[in-house]
Design a binder for this molecule. Structure first.
Ligand SMILES: [Zn+2]
Ligand SMILES: [Zn+2]
Length: 265
């Protein structure tokens, strides 16, 4: 009995250690996201650009008056309804799309694999994505994967990555596992990861080096905000940080002003 408790405690210590190291993966992941993607299809070219380059198009009504957001998930890996509903409210509160924001759900059947590289994710998007930017409607693709990130290890995991100007992957199975191991609310994990990654599509923080408040970029953890309570703080979607959190962090005033400068609310 006593030995069991000891083993359990040891496991907890190990998990704490691992979540600290996760920090570095988040940054590496976000840096890689800045790499450009070759244009392979003219009809899709608006959606094959580097991260952060469509921030103004997504936030303002200048070029695109409406947004179609495609939620693609492997069968059985749809996020919670509460997360989907709150995510829509978050978008409505931040972006100017008088023509409306429409969510479309796509169920994807893919062969089971344990892990996926970002190239694998790009391939799935290229084969499965239905909605692309057309006329005055801009489209975002978010894939909820059954697999873990190929960069995951025993000491670190990734919950989500923004990898193109309108593309995000959420590692839904990993989120569920972390929710159980951290005894944390699944909705808070899902929603924080979704909002943080979409924040990168909106150019936060200083991804294209054109934010009006570039001084709030955390130079030790590039492309993230140095305000600790902010949604875009580098540790915000660090699994260990969910242990005592009951709410999704908000954007701080500097991040909001950066979005407003690009046509957001
Ligand atoms: Zn990030
Ligand atoms: Zn911020």
């Amino acid at each position: 009995m006593f030995a069991n408790i000891l083993i359990k405690n040891m496991k907890i210590i190990k998990i704490n250690h691992f979540f600290f190291l996760f920090t570095f993966l988040v940054i590496i992941s976000c840096k890689k996201d800045d790499e450009s993607t070759p244009l392979i299809d003219e009809a899709k070219s608006e959606n094959l650009k580097p991260l952060g380059t469509s921030a103004t198009d997504l936030l303002s009504q200048n070029t695109y008056s409406s947004l179609t957001l495609e939620l693609a998930f492997t069968t059985g890996f749809r996020p919670s309804q509460e997360a989907i509903d709150d995510f829509k409210s978050f978008l409505e509160s931040r972006i100017n799309k008088p023509g409306g924001i429409v969510f479309v759900e796509t169920e994807i059947i893919t062969p089971f694999v344990e892990s996926q590289t970002i190239d694998d994710i790009r391939e799935i998007e290229d084969e499965q994505r239905i909605h692309y930017t057309v006329a005055d409607d801009i489209a975002i693709f978010i894939y909820f994967s059954h697999a873990k990130a190929s960069t995951d290890s025993e000491i670190s995991v990734t919950l989500g990555t923004a990898y193109r100007n309108t593309s995000v992957v959420i590692y839904q199975q990993t989120i569920r596992e972390v929710s159980i191991s951290q005894n944390s609310d699944l909705y808070v994990l899902e929603e924080t990861t979704l909002q943080h990654e979409i924040g990168h599509l909106f150019g936060l923080v200083n991804i294209q080096e054109d934010d009006i408040h570039s001084e709030h970029e955390d130079l030790a953890h590039r492309k993230h905000c140095k305000v600790e309570s902010c949604l875009m703080y580098f540790e915000t979607n660090l699994p260990g940080s969910f242990r005592n959190r009951i709410n999704v962090p908000s954007l701080d005033s500097l991040c909001i002003e950066d979005l407003q400068a690009k046509g957001g609310k």
